[in-house]
Design a protein around this ligand. Structure first.
Ligand code: SF4
Length: 471
């Protein structure tokens, strides 16, 4: 299915009607929230750790050029090479050229959101390179021909039964019927298929959760150990990631890993943390390349939304978002869903195409509260909403209502009169305390009734309430 960021309203409606999706979402996002809450409770200094992680990321963004140069120097010293790509197309060219130079026709990949962002698999497959995703969730969506619906749980939208059916179709096996250990059997089946792919692999492509400037190392975190197999078996390794993933040194990496694991999966530490500091020394003439993708990040660095570049892709904001919880990740139409996706997509793809996304929020603030690197997500969403209005991207009706409201709000006496008349009119429109269809803004009553006002104006109620009689 071809989804787009422009298509959010329609995609969200479709998602709400999708019973299988609703069931899958209901059972998983609550689990993530509970695990995170327990992990945070078990670590009294969690808040201090988040402050430290935030300071590290701020320091890096303030001195990004310095740390990138330091990282590059140290990668070279370790025998590797750094390649800069201004956008996704250039990154694709670099990776394809490297694969061809190393005569690699079979490639294994460990999970990387940046390679999803730049659609690397399509570029590799277009030149005849066989690519196999080795993270279980990524493998599932790859063989299903899907895109990820969550940044740490790519196949979160699929039920166990759908996966059993998919494996049976693709692997040519009998479909496993529901049982207590069906999940474990499916994992074993995938492991068997992937093991052959690992041993046939001629080149590894990975992401990098962090880049350590002081040592020229990349850090990859997984819960399956697939990154280690991916990287250790073939002779060549290409890591693809964003320029903002730098941390200054190993001590800072430790702090980031502690908040990432707790925020993402509620673990004290991710099961596998792989530090790669150069080419695979099991071979003669191995190679290690790091492709650093800009993709509008340096532009964002100079804009009001630069704080979004602190994101460590833990997924906590989407796990706590009521909108994401209702519509799932695919409705957002691009690789980054949820609250952080609603900020990144307008920056990376342009506000005119992604203008609906910043409105896909109740602004309840839960995303900002749980973000381990203190990204003020609700403020950034509001920033994009203001920009949408300022750039005249909102529909004329909405703009007219906002202008009228602003004009009234600046004239308290007229505002009071209009409000009183409005309350009266709404009461007349109501039946049994509910309004079935609101005039002018009927979208609000398309899916639910609107409650009729019960009292008078808020300011009158406030004055009458205890202690405010004289205000
Ligand atoms: S914005 Fe914050 S909570 Fe959301 S994925 Fe990024 S780091 Fe995690």
């Amino acid at each position: 299915m071809n989804r787009t960021v422009q298509g959010f309203p329609e995609q969200a409606k479709t998602a709400l009607k999708n019973e299988a999706l609703q069931k899958a979402m209901g059972s998983t996002s609550g689990e993530f929230r509970e695990k995170r809450a327990k992990a945070v409770q078990a670590l009294p200094e969690f808040d201090e750790l988040c402050e430290a992680a935030t300071d590290i990321k701020k320091r890096v963004l303030d001195n990004l050029d310095y740390y990138l140069e330091q990282f590059e120097t140290n990668v070279k010293r370790n025998g590797g090479q750094v390649h800069y790509a201004r956008d996704g197309a250039r990154a694709q060219e670099i990776v394809v050229a490297l694969c061809q130079k190393h005569e690699a026709t079979k490639v294994t990949k460990s999970k990387s959101m940046v390679t999803e962002e730049i659609e690397l698999n399509h570029a590799l497959e277009a030149v005849g390179i066989e690519v196999t995703e080795t993270d279980l969730g990524e493998y599932i969506i790859q063989i299903a021909g899907e895109t990820p619906s969550h940044i740490i749980g790519p196949a979160l939208h699929m039920s166990e039964d759908e996966i059993a059916e998919l494996f049976s179709d693709v692997h040519g096996t009998d479909k496993l019927e529901a049982s207590d250990d069906r999940g474990a059997k499916l994992v074993r089946e995938a492991r068997g298929v992937l093991r052959d792919k690992f041993f046939a692999s001629e080149l590894c492509i990975s992401g990098a959760n962090f880049l350590v400037a002081e040592t020229g190392s990349i850090a990859i975190v997984t819960n399956e150990g697939n990154a280690d197999l991916c990287r250790l078996i073939p002779k060549h390794h290409i890591a693809v990631t964003g320029i903002e993933k730098i941390v200054p040194n190993l001590e800072d990496l430790g702090a980031m890993l502690r908040v990432l694991a707790r925020s993402a999966t509620g673990q004290a530490m991710t099961s596998y943390v792989t530090l790669v500091s150069g080419p695979n020394d099991l071979y003669q003439d191995p190679s290690f390349h790091v492709v650093l993708v800009d993709g509008k990040r340096s532009q964002a660095l100079a804009e009001e939304t630069r704080e979004m570049l602190r994101c460590i892709r833990c997924g906590a904001c989407m796990n706590h978002c009521p909108v994401y919880g209702a519509v799932g990740g695919h409705a957002y139409g691009w690789v980054y869903p949820g609250p952080i996706g609603a900020i990144l997509s307008p920056s990376f793809l342009g506000l005119d195409s992604a203008r609906h996304l910043p409105h896909a929020s109740t602004l309840c603030g839960a995303c900002g509260d749980v973000c381990p690197v203190r990204i003020p997500i609700p403020e950034l969403l509001r920033h994009w909403r203001e920009e949408t209005y300022r750039q005249a991207l909102t529909p004329v009706k909405e703009r007219t209502i906002i202008r009228l409201w602003a004009w009234l709000a600046a004239r308290p006496t007229i505002y009071g009169l209009v409000m009183r008349a409005g309350i009266h009119a709404l009461k007349l429109l109501s039946k049994k305390g509910l309004i079935r269809r609101l005039p002018l803004v009927h979208e609000w009553t398309m899916h639910k009734d609107f409650p009729a006002p019960e009292g008078g104006k808020f300011t009158e109620l406030w004055r009458k309430s205890e202690g405010h009689d004289n205000e």
